[in-house]
Design a protein around this ligand. Sequence first.
Ligand SMILES: [Zn+2]
Length: 142
Amino acid sequence: MADLYDLLTNPNVRAALKQAWSESQPGASRAHEEGGFIVERTSGEMRVVRWPRGSGRTIEVPPHHGCQVAGMDIVASFHTHPNVGADFLQEPSETDRRAVRDDPDLKGAEYAGELVISAALVYGVTPFGRVVELGSTEDMLL
Ligand SMILES: [Zn+2]
């Protein structure tokens, strides 16, 4: 299984997460969720396949039968929580945790879980739906 923390040190992954975070317009009135799958090519190279743009506080996960997309194994998924302020949950929600834990198509041998990027922290949701804090967003992505 891939490791969420290790994935954050991969330059391709970091660049793609940073771009998705910036496109989600954190803190702006037009803030909206962005997300994607982190996949591994047969060459071992990591790539990000983005999901269609989400709304203010939700995002739809496109089909990913057998924990694959475009024939590549999904090693992790991610989405952003760009809304800042006391009215918004920064950490992964109960729905986020269930979406990972209860998705039969996110049970591939390589699947490490879902990253949730908020303004302050990068969180991980393990395949069993447990939330972990991986570190500061500024240190890990910006
Ligand atoms: Zn969420």
